[in-house]
Design a protein around this ligand. Structure first.
Ligand SMILES: NC(=O)c1ccc[n+]([C@@H]2O[C@H](COP(=O)([O-])OP(=O)(O)OC[C@H]3O[C@@H](n4cnc5c(N)ncnc54)[C@H](O)[C@@H]3O)[C@@H](O)[C@H]2O)c1
Length: 176
């Protein structure tokens, strides 16, 4: 694990900050003058994606490691959880790897967020939860029918978000 600089208190944490969506959220928050910390293992994310995000505190670390999650969540108020192995084919080739980087990582993050007193965790859900149902438009009240290991892992993350809200009172939001 490498630290770019000493951590100060950060309002926002973005997981998967070196990925497609995470870096865009970071850029939008920084443009608003917010205090932002990013964490990414760079398993698929690219360091080049951090260009222009120099004002963000960046932690290179794996959320499958609970200690990384604790460090990432310290002093944070709101988490955007974007980190995942976001690939159906990859999950078919390596379902355990997808589980580790999606499910284990999400659970570790939630535990750390709860313990750090984070106010809200916003989770990137996936329409893969709907499976191959042809119905359009998709609606949140449709029964999930995940097919791929990726879809199962992303849906498990949704359920963990709901469980942590119900059981521990951690405010969670799932976006599909
Ligand atoms: N892009 C889409 O169209 C889309 C659609 C539906 C859902 N999503 C979800 O949105 C989120 C972001 O998607 P994206 O397109 O930006 O993906 P992305 O692959 O570009 O970014 C994901 C980032 O997470 C990082 N990461 C993976 N495992 C990690 C771990 N264990 N610890 C730390 N970092 C880790 C990767 O290195 C990568 O930088 C994902 O959760 C994905 O499932 C994306």
């Amino acid at each position: 694990m490498r630290w770019q600089k000493e951590f100060n208190l950060a309002r926002y944490l973005i997981t998967g900050a070196a990925g497609f969506i995470g870096r865009s959220i970071a850029a939008a928050l920084l443009a608003r003058g917010e205090s932002v910390r990013g964490v990414d293992s760079l398993i698929t994310g690219k360091r080049e994606n951090l260009a222009g995000l120099e004002a963000m505190e960046f932690l290179q670390g794996d959320l499958a490691d609970p200690e990384t999650c604790q460090k990432a969540c310290a002093g944070v108020e709101i988490v955007f959880h974007e980190a995942a192995l976001a690939s159906v084919p990859r999950s078919v080739a390596d379902p355990i790897g997808t589980n580790v980087n999606c499910v284990d990582a999400t659970l570790n993050l939630l535990v750390a967020a709860r313990d750090a007193g984070v106010r809200r965790v916003v989770y990137a859900g996936s329409s893969s939860a709907y499976g191959d149902t042809p119905t359009l438009p998709k609606r949140e009240d449709m029964v999930p029918k995940p097919i791929s290991p990726y879809a199962v892992a992303k849906l498990a993350g949704e359920h963990y978000m709901q469980a942590f809200a119900r059981v521990y009172g951690l405010e969670t939001v799932v976006l599909r």
